[in-house]
Design a protein around this ligand. Structure first.
Ligand code: MSP
Length: 511
């Protein structure tokens, strides 16, 4: 079996600046990517920007710029934001890239030639916010359920993708691949949607109404509908149709999205792939929405949270930790700065921070001649070792099901065991008696070893903090090249490794 992992985020519209919601998806993708690397997979991580369509034209007009100038500027904001959040993607895609346009055109041709695209007239309720037509049934009190505005009735000639033809296939496919769309609530949502007859998808816009898009190869008076264009980014980014990365990574494609764009990803995209003769993606992973102090985040409410200001205030790793610890993957979560401060003080400053500083301080103090991690005597602590392998096993299982919060709970469970071990063995008492010297060495060795395991486990979530702890533990091997295997075994730290004292990694924050 190939051990590859391809992870994507949505490509974000350039009509708004990056905020907490975008940051969450992209941080979660980064954590997964790092975790799969740790598990020995060859990975590829893609994010980017979605730049065509009405919305971008309108935003550009409001800013007094051309769509391209505008898209260049906002795309750069996204691209520059990610490294500041320790996100290491492999490829940043823009839908205005030439190679992407070529791939979209080639897929359109393929589907057109096979007879699955036809020309027809359609009258429907069009929501400009969603950039799509609504059926009367989908409207709530005659309004778009998302944007709460009455859509405009538009009648025009357009090209349509025969999506309806693939309805039965899709139902069958989802039925026989239970974790194609997950968590289950979203799989059920898609299946419920597929209970009604699927309409064909309008995939063009006449240039007379909108010309900021990719021209259709079979009619130059039309551009491609922005969603048909955008979804294809996932193929362009790995070099579809005939590159090595495409062959290698496409079979393991994991898309990460929020529930707002479930329909395009759960219905349009698999049927488009099927029509183009391409294997479906492997998993669609859907998370919930962040609300701010219990209301929706929106420009009009003026409660948009800027990730960089939180990072500046609490540090990057605390921010990453909070996002992944607080949200139950699949459900909505509430963001409040108060909750962040509470987590910071209890989980980070107290549990992890104290463990790190007192453990390393003891190694340095009691073996201060050379600041060395002592060599372990015959009696390793079996209980601690078992707790460690239990935690590793649970973290792996939880990460596979995207239960980030539970993975973190498993790590923190182990942190609690180590803190308890320290309290029970009381190295400060052992240090007072010369005949306990060997026992003291064993205890400190076990503590240092437990800290090594913890450091590797938190690395995907908090890379900078993990790096600091690693350095002060004095381990020579590179943290970035560690594998889960290395922490399944007890005894990875070489005796004699030179530890050095560490400053408080998470100094408490006053509320
Ligand atoms: N351009 C499309 C996606 C095309 S993908 C082929 C789009 N862009 S978007 O800028 O609106 O981004 C939507 C995504 O941003 C969500 O699916 C989610 O990943 C993230 N989020 C935006 N607001 C969010 C919250 N309030 N909470 C959680 N995630 C949110 O849709």
């Amino acid at each position: 079996m190939s051990r590859t992992f391809y992870i994507t985020t949505p490509i974000y519209y350039v009509n708004a600046e990056p905020h907490l919601g975008h940051a969450y998806t992209t941080v979660a993708a980064d954590v997964l990517n790092r975790f799969y690397q740790l598990s020995g997979f060859e990975t590829f991580f893609v994010t980017g920007t979605d730049e065509h369509g009405d919305k971008v034209v309108q935003a550009a007009e409001a800013a007094g710029q051309s769509p391209k100038e505008y898209a260049d500027r906002v795309s750069r904001l996204f691209r520059n934001m990610w490294p500041e959040l320790s996100i290491s993607y492999d490829y940043f895609i823009r839908t205005t890239d030439e190679d992407h346009k070529r791939v979209v055109v080639s897929i359109l041709k393929k589907v057109y030639d096979s007879g699955d695209i036809y020309f027809g007239e359609y009258g429907g309720y069009y929501c400009f916010g969603c950039e799509r037509f609504y059926t009367p049934k989908e409207l709530v009190d005659g309004k778009c359920p998302d944007h709460k505005v009455a859509p405009k009735f538009i009648k025009e000639k357009n090209y349509f993708f025969r999506m309806s033809k693939y309805q039965d296939w899709l139902i069958e496919y989802i039925g026989s691949h239970p974790d194609f769309i997950r968590p289950e609530r979203y799989r059920n949502e898609v299946l419920a949607f597929l209970k009604d007859p699927l309409e064909d998808l309008c995939i063009s816009r006449p240039k007379s109404r909108l010309d900021w898009g990719i021209t259709l190869p079979f009619n130059r008076d039309y551009v491609t509908y922005v969603w048909f264009d955008a979804l294809i980014n996932y193929l362009t980014a790995v070099g579809y149709p005939d590159s090595e990365p495409y062959r290698k990574f496409w079979p393991s494609a994991h898309h990460l999205i929020a529930k707002d764009i479930l329909k395009p990803h759960g219905i349009y995209w698999p049927t488009m792939l099927k029509a183009a003769g391409i294997e479906p993606y492997q998993h669609l992973n859907v998370h919930g929405y962040w609300n701010i102090d219990a209301s929706k985040m929106s420009k009009s409410l003026g409660n948009i949270v800027n990730p960089l200001s939180l990072k500046d205030k609490y540090g990057l790793d605390a921010f990453r930790y909070f996002l992944l610890r607080e949200m139950v993957f699949g459900l909505d979560a509430n963001f409040s700065e108060n909750a962040l401060v509470n987590r910071f003080n209890s989980d980070l400053a107290n549990d992890l921070g104290n463990l790190v500083s007192r453990s390393i301080a003891m190694v340095v103090k009691y073996f201060k001649g050379v600041h060395q991690v002592p060599s372990v005597s015959s009696e390793i602590d079996e209980k601690l070792r078992d707790d460690s392998s239990g935690a590793v096993q649970e973290v792996v299982a939880r990460m596979e099901e995207l239960a980030f919060n539970r993975a973190l709970m498993a790590i923190w469970g182990f942190i609690a065991s180590v803190n308890k071990y320290i309290d029970e063995t009381a190295p400060w008492t052992l240090a007072k008696e010369e005949e306990q010297r060997e026992r003291l060495g064993t205890v400190l060795y076990n503590i240092a070893e437990a800290l090594r395991v913890i450091t590797v486990l938190i690395f995907p979530f908090m890379p900078t903090t993990a790096e600091k702890i690693w350095v002060s533990l004095g381990i020579r091997e590179d943290l970035h090249t560690q594998k889960i295997e290395s922490i399944r075994e007890w005894g990875g730290i070489e005796a004699g490794t030179t530890a050095s004292k560490i400053k408080a990694i998470f100094p408490r924050v006053e509320q």
